[in-house]
Design a protein around this ligand. Sequence first.
Ligand code: EPU
Length: 336
Amino acid sequence: MKIEEHASLTALNTFGLHPNARVLAEFDNKDELRALLHRYSGERFLTVGEGSNLLFLRDFDGVVLHSRMCRARALKETKDEVWIEAESGLRLDDLIQQLADMDLRGLENLSHIPGTVGASAVQNVGAYGVEAKDVIETVRAIAVQTGEEVTFTNADCCFAYRDSRFKNDWKDQYVITAVTFRLKKEGGLRLDYGGLGNAFEGRELSQLTPLEVREKVIEIRRRKLPEVGEFGSAGSFFKNPVISPTCFEALQTQYPAMPHFDTSDGVKVPAAWLIEQCGLKGCQHGGARVWDKQPLVIVNAGNASAEDIRLLAEKVMKDVSGRFGITLSPEVNYIE
Ligand code: EPU
């Protein structure tokens, strides 16, 4: 366990901002976590993994909890599947590398997404046609109030697009300690999303390995997204909006080239396209900039303040709403 007062959170947010926390408490096991929850009972808590989806608007006046529990182990195995329990502090990408090395399938499309295993369940991270919820079996957590251990099923978590109960009615009530993923030993590769399938043209799907898919996903992401070490960012800043079919039809008459994907909740329109149409690629406010190669991303182009990022995001939302009548919602969580 490590407790630090007035601690820097520079290493715990991928925007490269420099907020402080009144207390930063790191735990290595469940008993330490329970002890911390007891010691700081009544305080404001915030659990942070790598901070890859957070925008700290100011210093955090409370206790930041950070899991250093990083193990993964197989829980059970059948002829076709393996259940792997990974602890919350393990980097999701490190887990995916380990799984690809073992030829276990299901998470490879999420390669190179920054963040930890715990955060992957909170945010239901997704990429290239796969979401964490597709392979999550259970989520284990400690209740902040009682210190009791609970195990939630996939259905309990009410996963949705970049969403779960941990962001809504369970917000700040649980600290996730482990996630169990159900992985396939054979088949199971998903290449139906746009560029990914094309990248393997001429190859037999049955001959591909999760390692090859992982490497391809990393190559595509590197082309489009800023490298965390180079420019601070939080990946996609906004969610792709889902609009009603009626609203979409009206817009399509005016913008026949508007890309779209039908979903069970309505028509999903790529926010990147909307932002690009507004001429916002490369748009800068202070040190914050809309990323040229993927305008869904806002980067810290050098010494950006949280306010620069917030104001640039507001401008993007205002312009998109003004032109298309569509309200973008940030995927990034603002921390006051
Ligand atoms: N597009 C443009 N201009 C651009 C880039 C994209 O018009 O400069 C349009 C194109 O029509 C393209 C479409 O946007 O077909 C989709 O682009 P892309 O495949 O890059 O995906 P995205 O919808 O912008 C989502 C996720 C990403 C994930 C990719 C790949 C969200 C909010 N973002 O982005 O997730 O990696 O799909 O699956 O759903 C993240 O959440 O942080 C993240 C990076």
